[in-house]
Design a protein around this ligand. Structure first.
Ligand SMILES: O=C(O)CCC(=O)C(=O)O
Ligand SMILES: [Fe+2]
Length: 186
């Protein structure tokens, strides 16, 4: 179901992130979101009402299976330079942003690596870009539904830009599925 470009793991090892355009088709992304949409969501805020979003835990189903698929597991193993036998523990959720919402600059505190897949995204003019600040420079990503990013979220500072209304899309929504892979604890 996934299309991973050759060299993705090597790119990750060099840059601590790699963009995976069309990891899923837009149709698959839309289908996964339509299945997840009914899950219970909890509101998360970081000190300010706009710095907030809704989160859903993904514990089973097609998106969970996708994040644990042999193709994705193999990518994570190669990216992290791990033997195939090393078990990875998956923690998965969606983040859902509405008009005005964003996540401010941070590094995540746990997990060896994160795979983020856009499931729903408004037109570029509505914002919602993912900004990565690796060691050098800054990367602004406008992820379309189905696009993925594998990144070392504990090392790379990242944030999103606020979703802003436009005449065409006054109530923009952005949804990402996130898989966080944990190494076994000793
Ligand atoms: O929504 C995004 O693109 C980033 C989400 C994120 O960084 C997080 O939930 O920790
Ligand atoms: Fe994060």
């Amino acid at each position: 179901m996934t299309t991973i470009p050759p060299g993705a793991a090597e790119d990750y090892r060099r840059d601590r992130y790699v963009v995976l355009p069309r990891l899923l088709t837009p149709e698959t992304a839309a289908r996964l979101w339509s299945e997840l949409a009914a899950l219970p969501a909890r509101r998360v805020t970081c000190g300010h009402e706009a710095i907030g979003w809704h989160e859903q835990t993904i514990a089973s189903g097609e998106t969970h299976a996708l994040l644990q698929s042999p193709q994705i597991q193999a990518l994570v193993h190669r990216a992290l330079d791990l033997d195939d036998e090393v078990p990875l523990r998956l923690q998965a959720w969606t983040s859902i942003y509405a008009r005005g919402e964003f996540i401010d600059p941070h590094r995540d505190t746990t997990g060896a690596v994160q795979l983020l897949i856009a499931l729903d995204a408004p037109p570029e003019s509505n914002g919602g870009q993912l900004v990565l600040r690796p060691e050098r420079g800054e990367v602004q990503l406008t992820l379309r539904p189905g696009d993925g990013v594998l990144f070392e979220a504990r090392a790379i500072e990242h944030c999103t830009t606020p979703l802003r209304p436009t005449a065409a899309v006054p109530e923009p929504t952005r949804v990402v599925a996130v898989g966080r892979y944990h190494l076994p604890t000793a």
